[in-house]
Design a protein around this ligand. Structure first.
Ligand SMILES: Nc1nc2c(ncn2[C@@H]2O[C@H](COP(=O)(O)OP(=O)(O)OP(=O)(O)O)[C@@H](O)[C@H]2O)c(=O)[nH]1
Ligand SMILES: [Mg+2]
Length: 241
């Protein structure tokens, strides 16, 4: 149950806007991807299905020249969501699909595909990549998304090895690294990207709860973040665990 005092604090968290910080290694990766984007023909954008509203942000695509490229949006970690959230996710994707032509046009993309799942769906992803490689002769892929959404995990499953470092924390991958899936399918792992856009404190705390950002991304003292998180978690409406 939420008491009056907590209610006021939660209202404050919903209204107050903060700017998440922007780690230097992320800026460096964006710079490098911008330089090599001409050699890339496929982008895999990974979303954490538990917080898809917050980890699906196509603004990041504005950073890159995507004319004629193929975009695959992978809604990952669906094993961690319940039936109700799955239904919300499916509605969200249905809505995206109905706007697919506008998205394509906006970023001048050649094709867009959606994959919804977790490790069980890696086979589907691999088949899609092989199909594209057959048509295009080769694929150079870059995998992007927020931190901790499972980018390196997907790469390890695609190459059937645990070469890429995976951990349940922010910023595991610190630099760009190429991996070979097949002789004509290469994939570039990248550190999670957070853009310095305005966000509400409530959304920042949600991202923090799911290890997508760390405390250092939120421009507030640690004690304040911890105490707000405790209050926020007391309200079952916002408690997603
Ligand atoms: N349950 C579940 N856990 C997953 C899935 N995919 C990844 N994980 C876990 O999520 C955590 C983060 O995975 P990573 O692959 O390191 O994430 P990342 O996007 O590469 O993270 P950064 O390198 O920090 O940007 C790890 O603990 C993984 O085991 C999934 O489909 N289901
Ligand atoms: Mg990683």
């Amino acid at each position: 149950m939420i008491n009056k005092k907590n209610g006021v604090i939660i209202k404050y968290m919903e209204e107050v806007k903060i700017k998440l910080s922007f780690p230097l290694h992320v800026k460096k990766s964006i710079d490098i991807i911008q330089k090599i984007i001409k050699k890339i023909n496929t982008i895999i954008y990974v979303v954490d299905s538990r917080v898809f509203e917050l980890t699906f942000d196509l603004n990041i695509l504005n950073k890159f020249q995507l004319k004629n490229k193929i975009l695959i949006i992978f809604f990952n970690k669906t094993d961690l969501i319940d039936k109700k959230d799955k239904k919300n996710l499916q509605d969200f994707i249905n809505n995206l699909e109905s706007n697919i032509n506008q998205i394509k046009e906006k970023f001048k993309l050649k094709e867009i595909y959606f994959i919804i799942g977790n490790k069980e769906k890696i086979k589907d992803l691999k088949n899609k990549l092989k199909e594209i490689a057959n048509r295009e002769l080769f694929i150079n892929i870059v995998i992007i998304g927020y931190p901790n959404v499972g980018k390196s995990t997907i790469i390890n499953r695609l190459i059937n090895r645990s070469k890429a470092k995976v951990e349940d924390k922010v910023g595991t991958t610190r630099s760009l690294q190429w991996y070979s899936i097949e002789y004509n399918i290469k994939i570039l792992d990248s550190p999670g990207i957070i853009l310095p856009t305005d966000t509400t404190l409530k959304d920042a705390l949600t991202l923090y709860k799911f290890n997508i950002i760390s405390e250092s991304f939120i421009p507030l003292p640690t004690e304040k973040i911890q105490s707000m998180l405790r209050k926020y978690e007391k309200d079952s409406k916002y408690n997603r665990n």
